[in-house]
Design a protein around this ligand. Structure first.
Ligand code: RIB
Length: 304
């Protein structure tokens, strides 16, 4: 079984499903409130576990009910949570999320304990026994860099979902095997605003030149563009009715890492990840991730 380590965030998502998302200064009423386990790191851990990987989560929560609920949610998915620490001072991270009728979202994050996940919290042994490391940017960059260095030393795939967008140290680009920004993140990292597929190609080329082996630019309902030294192409998005796009990027990242770790080609891995993301957006809640069987079934339909 593929062993995956996730070093990243856990948040409690406080979600209001609203008729439309507010403008600045606008109050939107008539919403329906729910809480869901979330956080980009934890979402990727659940995504990888549902796809059949043996997953270890490294993270930090507060000593509060949200923290305990988030750890329990991961445990129920079979994720190893021994390396999720409890911070005595900072509260568990939360995300306030608005989701509209088309499934689009607005997310405000208070990182809390996630901001205190430091390099010394990331045990070398946990990464050393993993074949794939999944990273995102809701924890300090110094911790992301440290985990990537350790993974590289031990020959694991280093997968970085650069979300939310933040400047990256140049060394990190060179440590990464696969970098998968969305349009906003690709624009922030390259200065190229992504309006067309050609823009995505130029941004991917610029990112690849900095060091990653593979770059995948996610273009939402326009699919994904992938580039490596010997492969390039576009995978269209599947047409689905979106209910909640929250964590679509997270399941994409998890599925991409799992597929690459299992030895699929870059194109096959992007197709697998696109199917996983399409299934996710049809359901409410960040961790309502599809199973391996569901993804394979959709993949069979789109590739026959
Ligand atoms: O990517 C979606 C996630 O972003 C949500 O679950 C929320 O917690 C924020 O971290």
């Amino acid at each position: 079984m593929l062993r995956v380590c996730v070093v990243g965030s856990l948040n409690m998502d406080l979600v209001v499903k609203v008729p439309h998302l507010p403008q600045v200064g606008e109050t939107v009423t008539g919403g329906v409130f729910s809480t869901f386990p979330g956080g980009k790191g934890a979402n990727q851990a659940v995504g990888a576990a549902r796809l059949g990987a043996c997953v270890t989560m490294v993270g930090r929560v507060g000593a509060d009910p949200f923290g305990a609920q988030l750890v329990d949610a991961l445990r129920r998915e079979g994720v190893d949570v021994a390396a999720v620490g409890t911070d005595p001072e900072s509260p568990t991270g939360i995300a306030a999320i608005g989701v509209d009728e088309q499934g689009r979202n607005l997310i405000l994050v208070a990182p809390g304990a996630n901001a205190r996940l430091l390099p010394h919290d990331v045990g070398e042994a946990v990464i050393a026994r993993s074949q794939v490391l999944l990273l995102q940017l809701e924890i300090p960059t110094v911790t992301v860099l440290h985990a990537a260095r350790v993974a590289r030393r031990h020959g694991a795939w280093v997968c970085l979902d650069p979300a939310p967008a933040a400047p990256l140290p140049e060394e990190l680009y060179r440590l990464v095997d696969v970098l998968n920004p969305n349009e906003v993140e690709a624009a922030a990292l390259t200065g190229i605003s992504i309006r067309t597929l050609e823009d995505a190609q130029r941004a991917a080329r610029r990112l690849l030149d900095r060091g990653p082996r593979h770059v995948v630019v996610k273009l939402g309902d326009r699919g994904s563009y992938y580039l490596s030294s010997d492969e390039a192409g576009h995978v269209p998005a599947l047409g689905v009715k979106a209910v909640d796009t929250t964590a679509a990027g997270d399941v994409f990242a998890a599925a991409l890492g799992v597929a690459l770790g299992e030895g699929r080609s870059l194109r096959e891995s992007v197709q697998f990840a696109s199917c996983a993301a399409a299934l996710k957006v049809t359901r409410m809640g960040a961790q309502s991730m599809p199973s391996r069987e569901e993804v394979e079934a959709v993949l069979r339909q789109v590739t026959v």
